[in-house]
Design a protein. Structure first.
Length: 157
């Protein structure tokens, strides 16, 4: 610690900040670090899609809607979940108001090398960041799921 003598007294004067300031400054830095880039800008800014990306997404969405016609629909606050009659697939389609809108996620039980697994895939026409966050919610369901040979029912959001 650096100390200087005051011109008026013989008591040392500290040039270090008060110990109360340090935790407050650390808290502010921690909050900024946790918030990341969205602190300064909207985290759901829609990037400009190329014409090819827009076309591919529209095809993916059209196929998902066509497949969902035979499914049971479950209305959620910002998306619709469609459960296929055999229970082997769920299709999630966002509605306006969902951060990742427009987006589609398909969760399907597949067999690979003799083992049954749950495959999650999707496409979006909006915010990449919001879509990735939504996909992470699905993957979190799978991490907490006990391992078993029977994947039904498929975990739902």
């Amino acid at each position: 610690m650096i100390r200087e003598k005051s011109a008026q007294t013989d008591h040392p004067v500290s040039t270090m900040p008060s110990l109360r300031v340090i935790p407050a400054a650390l808290l502010v830095l921690l909050l900024l670090a946790c918030e990341g880039p969205s602190f300064m800008e909207s985290s759901h800014v829609r990037p400009e899609l190329t014409e090819e990306q827009r076309e591919k997404f529209q095809q993916y969405l059209a196929q998902a809607k066509a497949d969902a016609r035979t499914a049971n629909a479950f209305e959620m606050p910002n998306y619709v979940r469609y459960q296929m009659p055999d229970g082997n697939e769920h299709i999630y389609i966002t509605e306006p108001g969902h951060p990742a809108h427009p987006a589609v996620v398909r969760r399907t039980i597949v067999t690979r090398s003799g083992a049954r697994k749950l495959a999650t895939r999707g496409a979006h026409g909006g915010s990449q960041q919001a879509f990735e966050k939504w996909l992470a919610e699905f993957k979190a369901l799978d991490v907490n799921r006990p391992r078993s040979s029977d994947l039904k029912p498929i975990p739902v959001l």
